[in-house]
Design a binder for this molecule. Structure first.
Ligand SMILES: Cc1cc2nc3c(=O)[nH]c(=O)nc-3n(C[C@H](O)[C@H](O)[C@H](O)COP(=O)(O)O)c2cc1C
Length: 220
């Protein structure tokens, strides 16, 4: 009996996700505000670099909020337009935040994170770079062709839609890099992603394209 119980316990343990942290279904992010002693844009640009020496420590809610807002937040409440430009104002790039607790989708309209999958999937956002699993948050930028259904004008051909999304992602990663710098956090833009496994874990439909990833976190 004892043997059976310990075998069952072991099997159950092996089947559990590796995390012991409970994920919230929804994370409401605090309003973003600049600190009084924040770096100037020129200082942040001078310091911009890729970091790969992360320590596995959670970000403060205000830091997480600022990172997501820099990635895809709304900066003009009257028009609902965002920090980063997008062709024809069609916001076709989704931002997934992959943390120790789970995979979340950023909801720009409500400045919230919505849980997609519970568990630590950070290593699935790389093809093997060890530092990725230690970064507090890994953003994954995904193109969603459905966004063009709401376009006010005739959408451009598919190839141009993808080019536009890649241009937007370039702006997003640089905004995040500068925001991270102002918080004393490191960041690394990454093209090397386990696309097949991440798409499965994040339950991405087949028409979506994973464009880029970015690790953000405290550094040694
Ligand atoms: C599109 C793109 C993809 C990249 N992919 C990776 C990557 O998969 N892994 C990585 O460690 N760095 C990656 N980088 C970061 C570059 O290696 C880095 O920017 C370059 O070496 C210059 O260093 P710096 O950013 O410190 O100036 C990528 C950068 C870009 C723009």
């Amino acid at each position: 009996m004892k043997k059976f119980l310990s075998a069952t316990f072991l099997a159950a343990t092996l089947l559990l996700p590796t995390t012991t942290f409970a994920a919230q279904d929804e994370i409401t992010l605090p309003t973003v505000s600049a600190r009084s002693n924040e770096l100037t844009v020129t200082q942040a640009l001078r310091q911009r670099k890729s970091s790969r020496n992360f320590v596995d420590k959670d970000l403060k809610p205000a830091q997480l909020s600022k990172i997501l807002w820099a990635a895809d937040g709304i900066n003009r409440a009257d028009t609902q337009k965002r920090v980063n430009p997008a062709a024809m104002g069609v916001y076709s790039v989704e931002v997934y935040a992959v943390t120790r607790e789970g995979i979340y989708l950023y909801d720009a309209e409500n400045h919230k994170l919505k849980l997609i999958a519970e568990g630590d999937y950070r290593d699935l956002t790389t093809t093997g770079q060890a530092f990725v699993g230690k970064a507090a948050v890994n953003l994954v930028y995904v193109e969603n062709p459905d966004a063009w259904k709401n376009a006010r004008h005739t959408p451009p051909p598919r190839e141009s839609q993808l080019t536009s999304a890649n241009v937007t992602v370039g702006a997003m990663v640089q905004s995040v890099a500068l925001a991270a710098q102002t918080e004393g956090l490191g960041n690394c833009v990454r093209g090397s992603i386990n696309r097949v496994e991440f798409a499965k874990a994040a339950r991405l439909s087949a028409d979506k394209t994973i464009l880029l990833a970015q690790s953000i976190g405290k550094v040694k």
